[in-house]
Write a protein that binds this ligand. Structure first.
Ligand code: AMP
Length: 386
């Protein structure tokens, strides 16, 4: 069954949305939309804090399903399943940003959804996201809306090349984008991208990609983990180095950016903010992810509380944990067959293995990660010894 406008306006749920006003009592149930490794690690953190979890996703045999207390396998627009889910949970969150707007609206009307539906609407559309960021005073790449090949050619004339053509929606890990280096790349590029709503972004000459994983509670308390430096291979995150090897002033500025974004969005939960350190030494925001983030996995073994615990704390109205590091860290993603040696390895005192329980190690598939821990200050003292 799918949602219609009328369904959305008159949900068949008896429960009425009521914002949480006190810490969620222990033993309550947290609903999580999505069932991948992020949902799995959220469920593990919830359990540690004394909560049950109920996963909702269309997939079977999932990483989150391995550890959740309950699981609903249904389409995100299955109204009956959504209504039953909403009846059984005390707060709802999500592990991915492409939750359909109707689903978010429906759940918001019957239960507490964190982060709020407006955040999702902004993060799902690159154009809305860029204009939001610019409106709140953050620097982004120059960009233009592209709805046709003509729009694209006009934007290229204005912006110049190189530039990146990106779909407005559903892009991830470099999918849904085309790099335009010369005029021959521009020819037919709009059709090549699928003829869908897109944006053209000016190319940012960057020396590093960094990210800030941060949290805001409903009371407005804010806690930023130290920014990490991210190294991609084949458009997929390969390693995160925390702290990023950038000047202290930029580390602080990146945290201020994340703080500004969370305040403006009235955000509740953990957010990932991806930025470029430009060749000129400034910061440009690339995108925001309204959820726990792959580049924040290092917090599991280098901080008192991980990003997952911090997210559960924020959405359950518990005080946020101290985000400071007790160690430096490098997180290495185990992609495809790279997981094999770690399936039977034992942890070392400075190397922690996290496996997601996926059966098939397909190329490009994130199977697990390893956190390597270094003494505090090691990375700044030995930036080339990692
Ligand atoms: P995204 O899907 O927007 O995160 O982009 C994927 C990757 O493409 C980023 O991690 C960057 O390495 C690269 N990229 C995206 N946008 C730009 C840009 N405007 N300028 C330079 N590189 C970019």
């Amino acid at each position: 069954m799918s949602l219609t406008k009328a369904d959305t306006l008159t949900p068949t749920i008896k429960k009425k949305a009521r914002p949480l006003t006190a810490p969620l009592p222990k033993g309550s149930t947290i609903g999580i939309l999505g069932s991948g490794q992020l949902g799995q690690m959220l469920a593990q953190a919830a359990k540690k804090l004394g909560y049950k979890t109920h996963i909702y996703s269309p997939e079977r045999d999932t990483p989150a399903g391995l550890v959740a207390d309950r699981e609903t396998v249904a389409d995100y627009l299955d109204l009956k399943a959504l209504a039953a889910f909403a009846e059984q949970v005390d707060v709802v969150t999500y592990e991915f940003e492409n939750v359909p707007a109707d689903t978010a609206a429906y759940l918001s009307s019957s239960t507490t959804l964190y982060p709020n539906a407006n955040v999702l609407a902004i993060a799902q559309d690159r154009w809305t996201e860029k204009t939001f960021l610019q409106d709140i005073g953050e620097r982004t790449a120059p960009c233009a809306k592209v709805d046709s090949q003509d729009d694209l050619e006009r934007a290229v004339r204005k912006m110049g090349l190189p530039a990146v053509l990106k779909t407005r929606r559903f892009g991830y890990d470099g999918k849904g984008q085309i790099m335009l280096r010369g005029d021959s790349d521009v020819e037919g590029a709009f059709e090549q991208l699928g003829g869908v709503a897109a944006i053209l972004e000016g190319f940012v000459n960057f020396s590093r990609e960094i990210s800030v994983v941060a949290a805001r509670s409903a009371e407005g308390e804010i806690a930023c983990f130290d920014p990490a430096e991210n190294i991609h291979e084949d458009h997929i995150l390969a390693r995160s180095i925390a702290p990023a090897r950038i000047p202290e002033t930029l580390l602080e500025r990146a945290k201020e950016t994340a703080t500004n974004i969370m305040i403006q969005l009235q955000y509740v939960g953990v957010i990932g903010v991806e930025l470029f350190e430009t060749d000129a030494g400034g910061l440009v925001v690339n995108e925001i992810a309204p959820r726990v983030h792959n580049s924040g996995h290092w917090t599991q073994d280098a901080c008192a509380a991980s990003q997952f615990e911090q997210h559960i704390r924020a959405i359950c109205r518990l005080p946020l944990a101290d985000p400071s590091r007790h160690s430096d860290a490098v997180m290495v993603n185990l992609i495809g067959e790279a997981v094999r040696p770690f399936e039977t390895a034992t942890a070392k005192s400075d190397e922690f293995i996290h496996l997601y329980g996926k059966r098939q190690a397909r190329p490009g598939r994130k199977m697990g990660h390893v956190n390597r821990i270094y003494p505090l200050g090691f990375i700044a003292r030995h930036p080339d010894r990692l």
